[in-house]
Ligand binder design. Structure first.
Ligand SMILES: [Fe+2]
Length: 181
């Protein structure tokens, strides 16, 4: 009987500008597919097809591994300190440029649903950015985060450490629906 074996993701490799663009496009596509399949799984559960939901979740996990492999090839996975800096930078771009610009366009076009979705994301990104900043200070001193619970609102993504609020301050969802990590 074969010994257990676990492979590793493909290593970073920088050859070929067109290849880098292709792999970046594949990363975006696989990431999106994974998220769509998770949303489809929840819808299948709601419609009474729990095993279709189970398959959507399996496919989402598979696609998320493809996305991880593409990110690895692009050299996008570093040390935890590097990853926290990258996460902080990504959130900062979304907070200061991307979502304010998207909100301005949605406002101009009168799309209130898009504005709400953008507002939910923008508010949560601010919480994430602050937490990433704290975590980076710890990790730079070789200190892990404490063991407090992390709570996330299932509707707007509001994220907090310690205890969940009775009502989400962004969307009013009550605390029994919050997901604990
Ligand atoms: Fe919320």
């Amino acid at each position: 009987m074969a010994e257990p074996f676990k492979n590793t993701p493909p290593a970073p490799e920088a050859k070929g500008e067109m290849t880098a663009q292709n792999i970046a496009a594949a990363l975006a596509g696989e990431s999106q597919a994974s998220q769509k399949y998770l949303a489809f799984a929840a819808a299948a559960d709601d419609e009474g097809f729990p095993n279709v939901a189970r398959f959507f979740r399996a496919a989402a996990y598979s696609e998320s591994n493809h996305a991880r492999n593409h990110l690895s090839v692009l050299g996008g996975i570093g040390t935890t300190a590097e990853n926290l800096k990258a996460a902080f930078g990504g959130e900062s771009f979304e907070i200061t440029e991307m979502y304010p610009a998207y909100d301005a366009v949605a406002k101009l076009q009168g799309n209130e649903s898009a504005r709400l979705s953008v507002r939910y994301a923008l508010q949560a990104e601010k919480q994430h950015r602050a937490i990433y900043d704290d975590l980076l200070k710890g990790v730079e001193g070789s200190k892990d985060m404490g063991g407090e619970a992390v709570w996330v609102c299932p509707i707007c993504g509001y994220t907090t450490i310690g205890t969940a609020p009775d009502y989400c301050p962004e969307c009013a969802t009550t605390k029994e629906y919050f997901k604990e990590f």
